[in-house]
Design a protein around this ligand. Structure first.
Ligand code: M6R
Length: 609
């Protein structure tokens, strides 16, 4: 989604802005731009459609801007198509420039008022009303920060903005409501960004703005205001290093992140287990009484995180823990009967997904008392608003397609299952067995990764296909859903997943030799049922690719290829079986030559509704 970078320093900050945009590229965007106040005190703006490389080449042409105060942006179109005129920064009469992430819901009304006041518009965006409104307030004699404050008060919606104006050329003002914004600190310099990752090459010291905050930033000086009153916000030291977001020797971030899963899962377990028990303190000091009181679990999430929730429901209910799972964007817009003593569990890699955050707010309004967050970004809005937090320590996930975030979410959900399961009669022996399986995960993940070469060969068969079907049962149906999502997301092949038992209720009509059918067939109590479904596909001339264990006894032939997964216990099997499906999607996308880390139309973190 959109990205903001800003800087104030006694040096040319354009390279910092452009480097910041590059580091935000993974979030997905369609155009970018930069605006700088130059020594002449005029704003010089350059914008380009496409990748940051296009902006860099535009910067090399003509009179490239240089200056010590500036803002930059990567845009993901919401209002108005991707074009240079819709790209940010937006300017008003060469006096003010603004970058914005988010959506201004009352932009039509503001635009009408501004047109009546004599302003003209040069874009189709909602952001242009912000810059115009700030200009109106500057015209009335306000300084930049109060002008931004007055403007923000008039805006409806969720947004984060960065503003510069020729009135105060050494100043940068940032404001947030509903979209993330951080300030980077360095001696004699200060920065603004929608994501710490943008600034990690220049600083690791950050202030995380709270909703409603307005920050006034000059060289090495930062003041934060809440409702017009100065407030102190703590300084965080980011554990991110510039290296953590480097590609290294990998061809794509997605592949790097698939291969990091053993380490990521080990980090997620680190410090949370004894030899045979879960350390409940992992959930924070308040967790005990909250877990004691929990009689029902409501999970909300989007996309891949939702699929992690679907697996968790099956795990939880197997241990007697009542649980429901819902897509956040659906949850937030319907009436609910709130079961007593429900623990709301929000799962999100980014912790900034607008629908998930809004669903949490709606749940709180409805009377859900406690919210537990399973999240990968410690500074995110989700984590900061949650009562209990279990961080997944996956490290930064750059590829738009979620991989290590998913397997670490599943790992974290198993920890939550143990914590709650203890209250539902889970025995110490069962806990010890699950803990042993959790500990074995990094090794088993490495084993699963060894299928890489074989999967790369099988991927060839998908390159000319338009559709694919994924089948699974029980806790492996959500894994089939995730496998189908991965394939469609990065290879643009239409893929659907079905609980295998549903085949004969409709999708079997689609099966022919042109539609590969991928079956997730672990050696568990549903295997015989799944074998019957495999026969149904074979009987219709379908071509099967089956991920299974040798002991399952599924034999390969001309219509059925077997990808042998090492034996794995049922308790962790969904985590292991998700890995070959990630590799399959990856290799198909490599063959198809798509933009794997930044698939078309998608954004890493969906911070708008
Ligand atoms: O950051 P979140 O986990 O809240 O993101 C939710 C989805 O947008 C995300 O999982 C999306 O479906 C991924 N691109 C899937 O690979």
């Amino acid at each position: 989604m959109c990205g903001i970078v800003g800087a104030v320093a006694n040096r040319d900050i354009v390279p910092i802005l452009v480097d910041g945009l590059r580091r935000l590229e993974y979030r997905g965007y369609d155009s970018s731009g930069v605006a700088v106040i130059e020594a002449s005190q005029a704003i010089n703006r350059v914008r380009a459609v496409g990748k940051v490389a296009e902006l860099e080449s535009a910067l090399r042409k003509g009179s490239a801007p240089t200056g010590g105060t500036g803002i930059a942006h990567t845009r993901w179109a919401t209002h108005g198509r991707p074009s240079e005129s819709n790209a940010h920064p937006h300017m008003c009469r060469q006096r003010v420039a603004v970058v914005c992430n988010g959506i201004i819901e009352n932009h039509d009304q503001l635009r009408s008022e501004q047109i009546s006041a004599g302003y003209e518009f040069s874009s189709e965006t909602d952001t242009e009303v912000i810059v115009t409104e700030i200009h109106r307030h500057l015209e009335q004699g306000l300084e930049l920060r109060p002008a931004v404050q007055r403007t923000v008060e008039a805006l409806e919606g969720a947004f984060a903005i960065g503003v510069i104006a020729t009135d105060q050329p050494d100043r940068l003002v940032g404001a947030r409501r509903g979209s993330p914004l951080v300030i980077g600190l360095k001696d004699g310099e200060a920065f603004l960004a929608s994501d710490m990752a943008a600034l990690i090459a220049v600083t690791q010291r950050f202030i995380i703005l709270e909703d409603g905050d307005i920050a006034e930033i000059s060289c090495g000086n930062v003041s934060v205001y809440d409702d017009g009153r100065p407030v102190q916000r703590p300084i965080h030291i980011s554990p991110l290093s510039a290296d953590a977001v480097e590609l290294g020797n990998y061809r794509h971030y997605m592949l790097k992140e698939i291969y990091e899963q053993g380490r990521a899962v080990a980090d997620t377990l680190e410090g949370r287990l004894t030899t045979n028990r879960l350390l409940e303190a992992a959930f924070g000091p308040d967790s005990g009484p909250i877990f004691d009181a929990t009689k029902f679990v409501q999970i909300i999430a989007c996309g891949t995180s939702y699929y992690a929730g679907l697996v968790a429901r099956i795990w939880f209910e197997a241990h007697g823990i009542p649980c429901d799972v819902e897509i956040a964007s659906e949850f937030r817009y319907r009436a609910h009967v709130v079961p007593d003593d429900t623990l709301l569990v929000a799962i999100s890699q980014s912790g900034e997904t607008a629908d998930t955050l809004a669903a949490v707010q709606e749940a709180k309004r409805l009377g859900y008392r406690y919210c537990a967050a399973i999240c990968n970004v410690p500074e995110s809005a989700l984590v900061r608003g949650a009562d209990l937090v279990l961080m997944t320590h996956a490290g930064p996930e750059i590829g738009v397609a979620s991989t290590k975030a998913f397997t670490t979410q599943l790992t974290a959900l198993l920890l939550l299952m143990i914590a709650l399961g203890r209250r539902y009669g889970m025995s110490a022996d069962t806990e010890a067995k699950i803990v042993a399986e959790l500990r074995s995960l990094p090794v088993k993940i490495e084993q699963a990764l060894r299928l890489d070469t074989e999967i790369a060969q099988i991927a060839e068969q998908f390159a000319d296909k338009q559709h694919a079907l994924f089948l699974g049962r029980g806790a492996h149906f959500p894994i089939a859903l995730e496998g189908a999502l991965k394939l469609k997301e990065i290879s643009y092949i239409h893929a659907e997943a079905y609980p295998a038992g549903e085949l004969k209720h409709g999708p079997l009509a689609l099966v022919d030799a042109n539609m590969p059918v991928v079956a997730v067939a672990p050696n568990n109590q549903l295997l015989e049922k799944l074998k019957s479904n495999i026969h149904e596909v074979r009987a219709r001339g379908g071509k099967l690719i089956v991920f299974t264990e040798a002991a399952a006894g599924i034999d390969a032939d001309s219509d059925l290829q077997v990808l042998p997964v090492a034996p794995v216990d049922d308790s962790i099997s969904p985590i292991i079986y998700s890995i070959p499906l990630q590799l399959l999607a990856y290799h198909v996308a490599v063959i198809k030559g798509t933009d794997i880390d930044k698939p078309r139309n998608l954004a890493k973190s969906v911070t708008v509704e």
